[in-house]
Design a protein around this ligand. Structure first.
Ligand code: ADP
Ligand code: ADP
Length: 237
């Protein structure tokens, strides 16, 4: 069973003005993400990548179709059950989305608090996470004291706090310079191989896909126009 199974999924946003036409952001997408892989979704801006990933995390409801995460159908699922599904999913963002008024420690503690993890367990868990992402000495720093690469490491630690099965990355390296991009991609590779976490990453940069993805889907105009192992797609004449 794939960890994520997407069948004929469609997402329509209503027209902005009366008489205007709705936007079909995702248009009949089928995708299988197997446990343990790094799955890249690539395409130009506006292709529907971000919307698709938001559907998988149930941040937006799909208009129609089926999305199974670890066997659970999430389309039409109630909020309580969705919260349980979301606990298995971590997410990182282009702009990191850290809380600037909280320390690194406080940012990573946040998902633990939401998940109801007893405070007595926070310190050990956060310390492990900070070691893993290479920021053991930054617990008391505030986000605006950190570089972009360090902020994304905090984003990764926060996303991993509740030990998800799936990590979703939305343009996670797009705000970073080339060298820092390589460092963060290496860390994501480590998340995959050492922690066994499946990763779905979306990007407009083919280089990112070539560097770490096992499989790739190419999106255009809401549709997946091509998908397969990265090796096959790039060795084709
Ligand atoms: P990508 O991530 O590939 O850049 P998006 O998923 O952000 O693409 O956008 C796909 C299409 O859906 C675009 O035409 C975009 O304008 C539209 N769209 C995305 N979010 C919304 C929204 N909340 N309301 C209306 N239209 C949206
Ligand atoms: P609160 O919910 O009241 O903010 P926290 O559990 O977030 O409480 O912890 C309070 C503060 O204690 C943290 O923001 C952090 O500054 C500090 N702290 C606790 N444990 C550690 C630790 N292991 N390393 C660094 N700072 C810590």
């Amino acid at each position: 069973m794939p960890l994520v199974e997407i069948r004929d999924v469609r997402k329509e946003f209503p027209a902005r003005s009366r008489g205007g036409s709705p936007t079909v952001a995702v248009d009949g997408v089928d995708l299988d993400v197997e446990a343990g892989e790094i799955f890249g979704i690539v395409g130009y801006s506006g292709a529907g990548k971000s919307t698709l990933v938001r559907l998988v995390n149930a941040l937006e409801p799909a208009t129609s179709g089926s999305i199974r995460v670890d066997g659970t159908e999430i389309v039409g699922l109630g909020e309580r059950s969705l919260q349980r599904v979301r606990r298995d999913i971590g997410m990182i963002f282009q702009q990191f989305n850290l809380m600037n008024s909280r320390t690194v420690y406080g940012n990573i503690a946040f998902p633990l608090q939401v998940a109801g993890v007893p405070k007595s367990e926070h310190r050990k868990r956060i310390s492990e996470l900070l070691h893993f992402v290479g920021l053991a000495d930054k617990a008391l720093a505030y986000p605006d004291q950190l570089s972009g690469g360090q902020k994304q490491r905090v984003g990764i630690a926060r996303a991993l706090a509740t030990s998800p099965k799936l990590l979703l990355a939305d343009e996670a390296t797009s705000a970073l310079d080339p060298e820092t991009t390589q460092e963060v991609l290496a860390l994501l590779k480590q998340v995959n191989t050492e922690l066994g976490i499946t990763i779905v990453l979306i990007t407009h940069e083919m280089e990112v896909i070539k560097t770490i993805a096992d499989k790739v889907a190419v999106m255009e105009d809401g549709k997946v126009i091509e998908q397969g192992p990265v090796f096959d797609l790039f060795s084709r004449p």
